[in-house]
Design a protein around this ligand. Structure first.
Ligand code: ATP
Ligand code: MG
Ligand code: MG
Ligand code: MG
Length: 469
């Protein structure tokens, strides 16, 4: 069974042989791109090549790109721990053509890699195309010999890819693997498509448009290709599972979490180990790329992920900080492919340890407060906004951490009430602000809220707002 490290190499070698330049992953913080919080796909570092603003001495490239999806247009933070296929941090394997080849070549390249190089049985694969894209459907029929019912036409934005609210975009065709009817879920386009039976492994985007802020969309001069395949998803498949957390890498991380907490890795508590393993990767890679925990912007997203993981460690009964103990295992697994991880190891460990030590001081009391609040409520009533705000303001609970805790119990938060409590505090801070001398404590928060808007700043909005900083 190939390891994730081997699969990454196979992919890059395959496209290298097809004349693609092997380009290193860009850092997770996009350079000079205020529209995006974190790099969320392989195409981000090539954005200007698709629009023709920039040219390089190659027109074909291949990468394994570090991605974080914990905010903005693509936000999978809430999926972690609930689906078998989503991470906050993952690697996207991609091949790119900048005005070089297009659909006719991109589709057979992908098909041959999957069915010849990786030997995946053709009968288990199916594809989607954008509903109007007859050309792509015809190519699939010809190249792969797929029957019409395995070429599913999708009329929604699922088959029209966009990095964020603006930028290059276009219709896409996606490749799915059927993991079998022992797993719940329906084919793409069906009402229960969100299950984990039919897993999307690869998205092949036909870059031909550009979206602008005013809502207009134009055709690009060049026709280009941008593809993305999740390494962890293809890895799970090639290792015989539908579940990313069953891959060699995740098993090792989950076992490290189990040994640090002395809790069975695959028993009832497995979900906590999964969240910890996932969040360990995103937090470590973000710190390695220069993000530090903070009360606003990117640093706040990092803090939110860290604290979420820390609550899960707490649920496993950990008395001492856990996260930093797992860093050596991560570096040992991924340090060869990403040397920045090893270089930043001491900083990552120190940052995680400090944050966990600090957060532990209020975590217990906050969780107790949460329990007490729930006790006084009717079964179906949401947690009042004022209580969620107190958890945020006094105990350092990001709103999504509170929501995560409640979701386990099938409950929710009154987010409007939370917003009002936040607005009230803001008004008070404004009234107290004399415009001279030392800023009152609350003005720190005030600055953050002014800069980001309370909703964006807290980031429980799953749509675009948070991606724009
Ligand atoms: P899904 O529908 O499963 O959420 P997506 O359509 O949002 O995936 P794309 O934006 O098309 O994903 O990204 C390209 C590929 O990257 C996907 O086909 C998948 O293999 C992988 N991928 C996307 N999101 C994640 C994630 N959160 N964790 C792991 N892999 C992912
Ligand atoms: Mg998604
Ligand atoms: Mg999808
Ligand atoms: Mg997709």
């Amino acid at each position: 069974m190939p390891t994730l490290n081997e699969i990454r190499s196979t992919f890059l070698n395959y496209y290298s042989k097809l004349g693609h330049e092997v380009v290193a992953s860009s850092p997770l913080v996009p350079r000079n791109d205020p529209t995006l919080m974190f790099v969320n796909s392989g195409m981000v570092q090539f954005k200007n090549l698709f629009t023709g603003v920039e040219t390089r001495d190659y027109t074909r490239a291949t990468t394994a790109q570090k991605c974080v999806r914990a905010g903005g247009k693509h936000n999978d933070l809430d999926n972690v721990g609930y689906t078998a296929r989503h991470h906050t941090f993952f690697e996207m394997l991609g091949n790119f053509s900048f005005g070089d080849y297009f659909k006719k070549e991109a589709i057979p390249y992908a098909w041959d890699l999957l069915t010849k190089e990786f030997d995946i049985p053709k009968e288990r694969l199916l594809v989607t195309v954008y509903h109007t894209d007859d050309e792509a459907a015809d190519i699939w029929k010809k190249v792969a010999g797929l029957s019409d019912d395995r070429i599913i036409r999708i009329p929604t934005n699922d088959n029209f890819w966009q990095m964020g609210p603006t930028g290059p975009c276009g219709p896409c065709t996606e490749i799915f693997f059927d993991h079998g009817d022992h797993i719940p879920g329906g084919p793409p386009g069906s009402p229960d498509e969100d299950g984990d039976r039919f897993i999307e492994i690869w998205n092949v985007v036909f870059m031909q448009n550009e979206q602008f802020e005013d809502g207009s969309m134009t055709a690009l001069d060049m026709q280009s290709i941008d593809t993305g395949m999740g390494l962890e998803r293809i890895g799970a498949l090639l290792q015989g599972s539908h579940d990313n957390y069953d891959t060699d890498l995740f098993k090792t991380l989950i076992e490290a979490s189990a040994s640090a907490t002395s809790v069975d890795p695959y028993g009832d508590q497995n979900v906590h180990h999964r969240v910890i393993a996932d969040h360990l990767r995103s937090t470590s890679f973000l710190i390695a790329d220069g993000v530090m925990p903070a009360n606003d912007g990117r640093g706040y997203v990092l803090r939110r992920i860290m604290r979420r993981a820390m609550r899960h460690a707490h649920l496993l009964g950990a008395k001492d900080p856990v996260m930093h103990q797992l860093v050596p295992t991560l570096v040992q697994q991924m340090g060869a492919a990403y040397p920045e991880l090893g270089q930043a190891q001491a900083l990552i460990e120190e940052t995680l340890k400090q944050e966990e030590t600090r957060f532990k001081q209020t975590l217990d009391r906050g969780l107790k407060l949460l329990d007490d609040e729930l006790e006084g409520l009717e079964e179906s009533a949401p947690l009042p906004g004022a209580a969620a705000f107190k958890l945020y303001d006094t105990y350092g609970f990001p709103l999504d951490l509170t929501q995560d805790a409640l979701r386990e119990k099938g409950r929710t938060v009154d987010t409007n009430g939370f917003d009002s409590a936040m607005a009230e505090q803001k008004a008070k801070a404004r009234a107290a602000w004399t415009g001279s001398g030392e800023a009152a404590d609350s003005t720190i928060w005030f600055d953050i809220a002014e800069a980001h808007g309370t909703t964006d700043f807290l980031g429980y909005d799953t749509e675009d707002a948070e991606g724009q900083i």
